[in-house]
Design a protein around this ligand. Structure first.
Ligand SMILES: Cc1ncc(C[n+]2csc(CCOP(=O)(O)OP(=O)(O)O)c2C)c(N)n1
Ligand code: SF4
Length: 295
């Protein structure tokens, strides 16, 4: 049998309408390269995206895609994975989409551990709506919604992911596309919920957190030695911020945890249910669903 090699061209869609210089271009290319590295054919990929400049990414990858509503990437992506676990499911959106309106889903997806990859294009601003303060905007950041400087502290999504039990936690930078491609390749290959926050500068509405600003501050904290424990990873991130630096890299990885779809589709309870009758009925129902859909 002749093996068909997947190339970047197979993932080419129409031309993005992002502003020239937007960090999201590098994220798009790194994502396509990662899929090519893993030789995943486009018809086995679904990109589920939110609303924002970043959300347009599902239109620019020639795979299956779902450009959904604001903040709802994760429940939709989880549902796609449960409906067909054979698919490679990528969720993608902005820091506003994922950490503000979608913040609740971000917390709960990590309790479930579906085998999906979640990419957040973090430009520290709401860009599509022309530049408002977001959950990752730094204290003092001036924007249309905080003209005298934001009085709120920023969130650090890596802390949240680590404390909610995410098994793969990473951050990339659009200004380092080579490492970004390596991180995304690892994330997509990983079995379980793989979370990748990516600093992706908005060159139009965020004139403070520019490429140069990030370049002066980013620091890979995963370069030496074996991967740390969850507590060590939290410590390393905290120490990096204390030095006014921004942590990058695959900061935590824990293999071998059961995924949400495995538990659900096998009809297994993570903790045995007390009410066995209900549990058996549920298992029958799931068996039926599997037979109807997959057998
Ligand atoms: C329910 C709802 N609320 C508000 C909006 C308006 N809105 C569209 S995009 C957006 C924020 C975009 O910021 P972000 O998610 O960070 O993405 P970016 O544009 O920066 O890539 C908002 C508030 C909306 N579309 N739907
Ligand atoms: S407004 Fe900002 S985030 Fe949106 S496309 Fe332009 S540079 Fe990118």
């Amino acid at each position: 049998m002749v093996e068909v090699k997947i190339t970047l061209k197979d993932y080419d869609s129409h031309k993005p309408t992002w502003c020239p210089g937007c960090g999201d271009y590098a994220v798009l290319l790194a994502l396509k390269k990662a899929l090519v590295n893993l030789q995943i054919p486009p018809h086995e990929v679904v990109v589920v995206s939110g609303i924002g400049c970043s959300g347009k990414i599902s239109d620019y990858v020639k795979s299956y895609g779902y450009h959904g509503i604001h903040g709802r990437v994760l429940p939709t992506a989880t549902a796609v994975k449960i409906a067909n676990p054979k698919l490679t499911v990528i969720g993608a959106g902005g820091d506003g989409d994922g950490y503000a309106i979608g913040g609740n889903h971000f917390l709960h997806v990590m309790r479930r551990n579906p085998n999906i990859t979640y990419i957040v294009m973090n430009n520290m601003i709401y860009a599509l709506t022309k530049g408002q303060t977001s959950p990752t905007s730094l204290k003092g950041f001036k924007s249309g919604t905080s003209p005298f400087g934001s009085v709120e502290g920023n969130i650090e999504p890596l802390y949240i992911a680590l404390s909610m039990g995410a098994p793969f936690v990473a951050r990339g930078f659009a200004g380092d596309p080579k490492r970004l491609t390596e991180i995304l390749t690892e994330a997509i290959k990983f079995k379980g919920f793989a979370f990748v926050d990516i600093y992706s500068p908005c060159v139009t509405f965020n004139r403070f957190n520019t490429y140069d600003w990030f370049k002066e501050r980013v620091e890979y904290i995963d370069t030496q030695g074996p991967l740390p424990t969850r507590m060590e990873a939290l410590n390393a991130i905290s120490q990096t911020w204390e030095r006014d630096k921004l942590p990058l890299g695959i900061v935590y990885k824990e293999e071998g945890l059961p995924t949400y779809e495995e538990l659900i589709l096998k009809g297994e309870d993570a903790v045995p249910a007390k009410d066995d009758i209900f549990s058996d009925l549920w298992k029958e129902k799931i068996k039926h669903l599997i037979q109807e859909n997959f057998v």
